[in-house]
Design a protein around this ligand. Sequence first.
Ligand code: BG6
Length: 469
Amino acid sequence: MKEFSKDFWWGASSSAFQIEGAWDKDGKGMSVADFNSFKRSDVQADTKVATDFYHHYEEDIKLMKELGLKTYRFSLSWTRIIPDGDGEINQAGIDFYNKVIDCLLEHDIIPFITLYHFDLPFALAKKYNGWEDRRCVDAFQRYARVCYEAFGDRVKDWQVNNEQNLMIRVNERMNMYDVAPEDAEKVRVQMDYHMFVAHALATTDCHEMIEGSRIGPAVSSTMTYPASNKPEDVWAARMNDNFKTNYALDMYCFGAYPGYYKKYLKDCGLEPITKPEDVAILKQAKPDFIALNYYRTLVASYLPTDEAHPLGTKEKDIDFDMYGYFKVERNNHLKSSKYGAQIDPMGLRLVLNDYYNHYHLPLIITENGLGTPDELTEDKKVHDDYRIDYIREHIAACHEAIEDGVELFGYCPWSVIDLLSSHQGFNKRYGFVFIDRTDHDEKNLERIKKDSFYWYQNVIKQNGLTTES
Ligand code: BG6
């Protein structure tokens, strides 16, 4: 029997633009996520309807209760609350989230809120080129304070943003369309830095404005194996983790960039513009936990520079290679999902141990799951044993990490119900509940419990895995 502590947070996750729909209803403004999804509307579903949580939230929260969730990790849409990002407050947006929060609490589910999950207000992207401009920091700080003021009497658990460390690698998410390629890295570093300042301000404000609150960062975790035991490859693997995730965790937890990162910024002429007061702002912010999203692991080998690729040149976006540092490789020892993610429960045990031993903060998993094209049978069932296997093995890895001494207080798989995948619409599904729609036919949006729903319900009931589960 792999039993968890009595107060372990069994949860599940979602994000606003992927689940809500009603993209312009009741005064909501357009976000960068909406804008980008509309560009692909002819090939896959967009954010207009998505799962239509906006109109189904009561039904969906009832399902969460039936599933047995102790917590629901979801995000607020900045543009539902402040449609243009830094202008007027939209009371209808606040009213909607009040209804969601109250409904969760009525069902004894702890609301666990992310303020910003990839959906920067499009107006800020246009006005300021988004995070490149310091005024975006002010806009975010104000938005966060509006949320604390509106919901802080009932919501104590917060995440500032989702996967800043991944978001920053993807031009589309940062709305970096008009930036000349030769300026791209400089702009990216500036945007990233501003997000760190905003993160710090929102962390400190949360502690000051909401009594008993807890807030922390959510990172897209990376765990990289060296391609061989050559010392250069071992260094490359470390650097891949450092440049994709750990530099960000250091900034959140210690309020400064680590040495290797400062060296890179200096060597490549990328140092951001800062303000003298930032030093104190960044140092003062103290996260209460680290949330990590975990899907897969990576492999890296050393990538030397050459004439055409001087130090720091990057290729690709999410899994970028960097000359003078690392090149991402495949792992021949692991199975992959249909969409190429390499499945590795042991990697989760490793990364949980790493983060805990390095940062000494409680941890929670806020995303973990298997994206697949599920099939609905004629008698309306979804036999997703592959998802059950994936989640079972990852829960077992969590248990092992806890036995290793890691303070892990929750597990929130992605996703509570099917939602818009960020790249493959409704072809790629993650939920415990099937949404009867396809990319281009919304049908009736019926909610159908998958086999994994009943399985996870049982895990929560038993508070862990028994030999039969
Ligand atoms: C995470 C994001 O990185 O990965 C989610 O936080 C996203 O928003 C999830 O949906 C899975 O990625 P995808 O591309 O399969 O939807």
